[in-house]
Design a protein around this ligand. Structure first.
Ligand code: FAD
Length: 559
């Protein structure tokens, strides 16, 4: 059934009074103290679709319609009556608005500019909660109904289409799709834009610009994701990477009054964003998808005033000067009094076509107590011949019926510590399979069967094994740092007490004090989460480190 405020049915279990709350007279009076009362006429446009940094309106008399314009026509999206207010998450990010707000009757509104709205969200707990919840829920509705300024023309078989979908989804940006495999009329559209097969996917951006197989950065630029952000001003804190550790540092830094800018090469969420369900993060007993956790953290950071540059890769740290500067694509520089490096690591993934189908549903990147319980009494496969693979094998052998270690080389001797090899030899439940590689994964919602191939004998076998641990190591994202901070032998960043006197001497550590916990060999530059040597590879530890580093940033800024 259609509800009175949204001409399309709500998709959420959320109540309509949470998506479109009606404020009390006392709440309206608190808002009015920060804004201006103004009369509106029927047909008057208060916000135009595509406008940037738009004001916020509370309707006090009359009615304001929210519509999506298509050329000369409009589709009604929502209706705001007295006591209700305009806006969705773009109010926080300052990105271009997706819809038009138009008075449909003569009346009166209270108008607040974005800065006053942000101040209100931060200082008035009750209103902050109402606005934030409504903005987020409205965005979810826009996404669910594909009401936005992007049309994606692509094929579900094309990796480029999947990449663009993932980029838009992980940035919480609504889009409509035209599936080339299903829509017969689409050829006419493609012909009109002279689009060839190589140009797919095509992104029609804000109704006017046609992007052919665009990069994520081109999409971000076209949609104006970063337009409202001035990256030339010196920031108290620049955070590189918007995974859990970077987002946590952004939330703590901004909420404690620091001027924070985050650079993210792709979308907020990092590795955690690709996890279908995180079940061991405190406070979420039934689990939370990585994407939802990231979306909440992103909104939380923006609520406190942190700014995020999306699809901007840090390519170099200018560490020979103060303030430091971070070079981003196309040579622009972002100056910073302090820096937190939160660029994480990329797990080497098995090169199997349908791998992502089973990630978290039979394919794992860590062997903890939780995974061990899932595999109890069953056979498991560990891929990799390093120490992490050996430790996992010994650990899982306590509960699993059999542990197969698959290595491409002739054995473990070259890659694993001797003590682990001995333990593996002494554990009858562990079988080492040299020269062997997984060639296929099969199943439905969960992995059911694995095919592997012995390259020496040329034989392939399929086994009903439901659990694969990819332990082929993680590569830290530190190449861009080019000698600015001390790294360990694996390329992870050394911090705090892990920095030896030799490291500090080589880095010409200039201060009398020793580096703080999580501080690198460069004063005022910190490293947190999976990019740090000795990290724990957990969302919780990444989040914790982000908050700890901010405590030391305050001390460094006072020095
Ligand atoms: C599939 C999967 C499932 C997982 N499940 C769990 C789980 O259930 N529980 C748990 O506790 N842990 C889990 N983990 C581990 C957890 O996700 C990581 O420990 C955590 O994400 C680390 O956070 P981080 O912020 O340090 O780094 P990351 O999450 O790696 O984020 C780093 C970010 O930095 C960005 N970046 C990299 N280089 C640059 C650059 N040069 N410029 C700008 N940005 C850059 C990246 O795009 C990325 O967004 C899982 C990991 C994976 C891969």
């Amino acid at each position: 059934m259609t509800d009175p405020y949204l001409p399309v049915p709500l998709t959420l279990a959320a109540r309509v009074d949470q998506v479109f709350p009606t404020l009390t007279p006392a709440q309206i009076a608190r808002i009015a103290a920060h804004g201006q009362v103004r009369a509106v006429q029927p047909g008057e446009v208060l916000v135009e679709a595509g406008d940037q940094v738009v004001p916020f309106f509370v309707v006090t008399a009359g009615q304001v319609d929210i519509v999506q314009p298509y050329g000369t026509t409009e589709t009604l999206v929502a209706v705001h009556r007295p006591g209700q207010f305009t806006g969705e998450v773009n109010m926080l990010s300052g990105r271009r608005t997706l819809v038009r707000a138009r008075a449909s009757a003569s009346g009166e509104v209270i108008e607040l500019d974005r800065d006053h709205l942000l101040a209100l969200v931060q200082n008035d707990g009750e209103l902050g909660e109402i606005f934030l919840r409504a903005f987020l829920l409205r965005r979810v509705e826009l996404i669910a109904h594909g009401i936005g300024d992007v049309v994606l023309v692509g094929s579900s078989h094309s990796p480029g289409t999947l990449r663009v979908k993932e980029f838009l989804t992980r940035n919480g940006h609504p889009y409509a799709t035209i599936d080339l495999d299903r829509d017969a009329d689409v050829q006419e559209l493609l012909d009109r834009f002279q689009v060839t097969v190589d140009d797919v996917p095509v992104v029609i951006c804000r109704g006017t610009v046609v992007l052919r197989n665009p990069t994520n950065q081109q999409i971000a630029d076209c949609l104006g994701f970063n337009e409202a952000i001035d990256h030339t001003q010196v920031r108290d804190l620049v955070i590189i990477g918007a995974g859990p550790s970077g987002l946590s540092a952004a939330v703590y830094g901004a909420s404690e009054g620091l001027d924070v800018l985050v650079l993210e090469t792709n979308s907020p969420g990092g590795q955690a964003g690709s996890s279908s369900k995180i079940e061991n993060y405190l406070g979420f007993p039934t689990g939370i998808s990585g994407q939802e956790l990231a979306a909440r953290a992103y909104a939380q950071a923006q609520k406190f005033g942190a700014q995020l540059l999306i699809a901007k890769r840090a390519t170099q740290l200018a560490c020979d000067r103060k303030p430091y500067a971070i070079e981003i694509d196309q040579g622009a520089r972002v100056p910073a009094r302090s820096v937190i490096i939160a660029t994480g690591a990329e797990y080497r993934r098995l090169s199997i076509e349908n791998l992502s189908q089973f990630e978290g549903a039979g394919v794992y990147y860590g062997a903890t107590f939780v995974e061990a319980q899932w595999c109890g009494g069953e056979e498991v496969i560990i891929v990799g011949g390093g120490n992490s693979a050996g430790q996992a094998a010994v650990f899982l052998a306590h509960t699993a019926r059999r542990v197969h270690i698959l290595v491409r080389s002739s054995g473990l001797a070259e890659s694993m510590s001797r003590y682990l090899i001995r333990r593996i030899e002494e554990t009858p439940a562990i079988v080492v399979r040299p020269h062997t590689e997984i060639t296929a994964l099969e199943g439905g919602d969960h992995l059911e069967r694995v095919r592997w191939r012995d390259h020496q004998t040329g034989t392939s076998e399929t086994h009903a094994i439901r659990h694969v641990f990819a332990m082929t190591g993680a590569v830290p994202n530190t190449r861009w740092l080019e000698g600015c901070v001390a790294l360990d032998t694996q390329g992870f960043i050394k911090t705090g007490p892990d920095l030896s006197p030799e490291d500090l001497a080589a880095a010409r550590w200039p201060l009398v004090r020793a580096p703080h916990l999580l501080e690198t060999s460069l004063p005022g530059v910190f490293a947190v989460g999976d990019v740090r040597g000795g990290n724990i590879k957990r969302v919780a530890s990444a989040v914790g480190e982000g908050s700890i580093a901010v405590a030391f940033v305050h001390q460094v800024l006072r020095e």
